[in-house]
Write a protein that binds this ligand. Structure first.
Ligand code: ADP
Ligand code: MG
Length: 687
């Protein structure tokens, strides 16, 4: 065993190995340090677990008990309800999971369950769990004083296994955690030592102790981001000046005159802001933020044409080949009246085609190029690159922006994101950018009706899906997990795809999820785009960017498991054509949560972003971290809003006498920021 270090890949830690290592990687845990920072999302102790006898009607509680009886009860409406009776020292409680008969397969007598949910009255007290975790058959359950951490789990790795792994390595790893904050700052901001904080979150003596530890870790996470942002700002502002473009109104005006519609007021305003930036001597670093369908493409194209009419080239980067192809199609159509043909440069081209494309870029023959991040790689050179547009900014991140700026030229940069985020966070997240916003949607597009349907309507919903597919329409069915596993209470994509394939021989059903390799995934997505696949069963991988106007129905299973911002992103996949679209939420219980009702009644991405932030304090939604464009692992908003100021003050104190973070004493800080944001390396290499 080589010496243990914080950057040791977890799979080399004893008791892990490649298979569990892979499962951990799905949780974002790659190194020993990641393991230390994989925090419990919940703690159980005598005070947070309600004794079964004390759970009162109307309460929303967490309970732990042993299954003493179980079975499926049919109802008159044809709904099949899974029932179990839990028992602890205080008494018993009945639990009912409507519409989830499949639970009967994975829950057995003698198991200890953690259930969380509301207590209602139905022939007596009954819980309808919204979360069900099998703790174990015989778990060393914490009672009285001991606090038990519960970790986010994944397919193939239960929270209990994760707890055991962390418990096993904690003592060896903690001494490796240096407190990289200078002592004087730690004192000034009254922060506990880092090693103590790590111990407190994994092995707390009380919930309060755990929370104090978590906040110290959150401060560090936010501090690292502040350091990265200030570095990005430094690189952006230094040395190279930008180009002072002149608005000649040749191509830009030609485009506007060729459009079959008027630009919206928001689009005009954004174009004004972009042109203002581009005509100034400083380089532009602007983010264009607008919900799906607000018309970002044409705004970006105006900016590109301003570069072109000044004799420069423009590039558009997308996060995947599929999205690059999609942009290629829309730009080709928009540019046709102007006689400009864009070039596509993606990995799947043959070597010869790539070479030819690169030659046309260097010679300047190609004026607009669309591609993936392959565009910023070595070997791609431009004649005169004036503007880079980057789509779905959060997938590229601060780091790759810097890589672009290292291209020798000084192109202006315009970033596009379809994830609206609240202003307070925009400042943190995009502290180094100016922001333009598109709020209005252009008129004349199909509306999306959002409906919430409960158990008794399932059959009708799936009939509707079947009919839609038979009539040539296309449907997404979204599920929260890939396979049935420890999260026994959730319907899974693989099972759904299998069932539908067997049930509907007359409809082609596809399956796509995050564990497929990129080429496989792209093949399925192309099949759906080209219409050979009618029903696409998917996990949330379809969130970003896919544009299939013929897809008019989306069914979301277990919407209660998703953050609102994420639901909104998902919903944006339909309503892209002229026809009316439907988004149907199928929550797991008959008591429809208010948040889903609220969601079904608004389509305003910014409003949803605020609601999403508000509910994030609950913190146990699947994927909530990724949603809203805010992917902090530890910090939670709005709870930790006060820590933002603290992190900023810390960053200022550190940068005051080392503005570019190059001093030897600050090396550990630099290194940690880079490890936390892996591609951040680029930031400290260029410029
Ligand atoms: P986004 O990238 O913001 O999701 P797109 O740029 O793809 O949106 O635009 C969505 C659709 O709306 C496209 O079909 C586009 O042609 C159309 N569109 C854009 N702007 C307008 C407008 N001002 N009026 C009518 N249709 C528009
Ligand atoms: Mg777009």
């Amino acid at each position: 065993m080589p010496q243990l270090r914080l950057d040791t890949p977890v799979q080399f830690l004893s008791g892990i190995g490649p298979k569990r290592g892979e499962a951990l990687e799905r949780l974002g845990v790659v190194t020993a340090q990641d393991l230390l920072l994989h925090l419990p999302h919940r703690y159980l102790d005598a005070s947070s677990v309600t004794p079964l006898a004390k759970a009162r009607v109307g309460d929303d509680v967490a309970c732990v008990g042993t299954v003493t009886a179980k079975g499926i009860l049919p109802t008159r409406k044809g709904l099949r309800i899974f029932h179990a009776v839990l028992k602890d020292d205080s008494g018993v409680l009945e639990c009912a999971w409507p519409g989830q008969p499949f639970l009967d397969r994975s829950i057995s007598e003698g198991q200890v369950l953690l259930v969380v949910g509301p207590i209602r009255f139905y022939h007596g007290r009954q819980m309808a769990p919204r979360e069900t975790i099998v703790l174990s058959d015989v778990d060393d359950l914490a009672v009285g004083g001991v606090v038990l951490p519960v970790y986010p789990a994944t397919e193939g790795l239960s929270h209990k296994q994760i707890r055991a792994i962390i418990a096993k390595h904690l003592d060896a790893l903690i001494p490796l955690v240096p407190d990289i904050l200078p002592e004087r700052l730690r004192e000034r901001f009254a922060l506990p030592a880092l090693g103590d904080a790590v111990r407190a979150v994994h092995r707390p003596t009380s919930i309060k102790d755990a929370e104090a530890g978590r906040r110290r870790l959150a401060v560090d996470e936010l501090l690292d981001l502040q350091l990265m942002l200030s570095r990005a700002r430094y690189i952006a502002r230094q040395g190279q000046r930008g180009t002072e473009f002149v608005v000649h109104r040749t191509l830009t005006t030609a485009l506007r005159e060729s459009l079959p519609w008027e630009l919206t007021a928001d689009q005009k305003q954004a174009i004004r802001e972009i042109f203002d930036d581009m005509t100034k001597p400083e380089r532009m670093h602007r983010l264009l933020m607008g919900d799906v369908g607000t018309g970002k493409t044409v705004v970006a194209l105006c900016a590109m044409l301003l570069a072109l009419e000044n004799g420069y080239q423009a590039a558009l980067m997308a996060p995947t080949e599929l999205l690059a192809e999609q942009h290629m199609r829309s730009l080709t159509a928009l540019l046709a009246p102007l006689g400009i043909v864009p070039e596509l440069l993606v990995g799947k081209l043959t070597v010869a085609d790539k070479r030819a494309a690169r030659a046309r870029l260097v010679s300047g023959e190609t004026r607009i190029v669309v591609g993936t991040h392959a565009l910023v790689q070595e070997g791609v050179a431009f004649d005169r690159l004036g503007l880079v547009v980057i789509d779905e900014q959060h997938r590229f991140g601060v780091e790759q922006r810097a890589a672009l700026m290292g291209k020798g030229e000084a192109p202006d940069v315009l970033l596009l994101t379809a994830t609206p985020i609240p202003r307070s966070l925009a400042l943190t997240r995009y502290g180094d950018l100016d922001v333009s916003v598109l709020k209005l949607k252009p008129p004349g597009r199909g509306t999306i009706r959002t409906a919430v349907r409960t158990g008794g309507h399932r059959e009708r919903v799936f009939d509707f899906v079947h009919q839609t597919a038979l009539q040539g329409g296309q449907v997404y069915i979204v599920l929260p997990v890939i396979e049935e596993s420890e999260r026994a209470d959730l319907r899974a994509a693989e099972t759904m795809a299998k069932t539908l394939t067997a049930q509907w021989p007359d409809v082609s059903v596809g399956l796509v999820h995050g564990r497929l390799k990129a080429p496989e995934r792209d093949a399925v997505m192309r099949g759906f785009r080209d219409g050979s696949i009618k029903v696409l069963v998917a996990t949330t991988v379809i969130e970003v960017g896919i544009d299939v106007p013929n897809a008019t129905v989306m069914v979301i299973e277990h919407p209660e498991r998703f953050g609102l911002a994420q639901l909104h992103q998902l919903r944006g996949r339909v309503g892209r054509g002229e026809a009316e679209s439907h988004c149907i939420l199928l929550p797991n219980s008959d008591d429809v949560p208010e948040r889903l009702r609220a969601f079904s009644q608004t389509d305003d991405g910014f409003k949803i972003a605020e609601l999403d932030l508000e509910e994030r304090r609950q913190g146990d939604l699947l994927g909530a971290r990724q949603s809203g464009g805010v992917d902090f692992k530890i910090a939670r908003f709005p709870d930790d809003t006060d820590l933002l100021g603290e992190a900023r003050a810390l960053a200022q104190a550190i940068l005051a006498d080392d503005p570019t973070l190059v001093k030897k004493a600050n090396k550990p800080l630099r290194e940690r920021a880079v490890t936390r944001y892996p591609r951040g390396e680029v930031l400290f290499r260029v410029g």
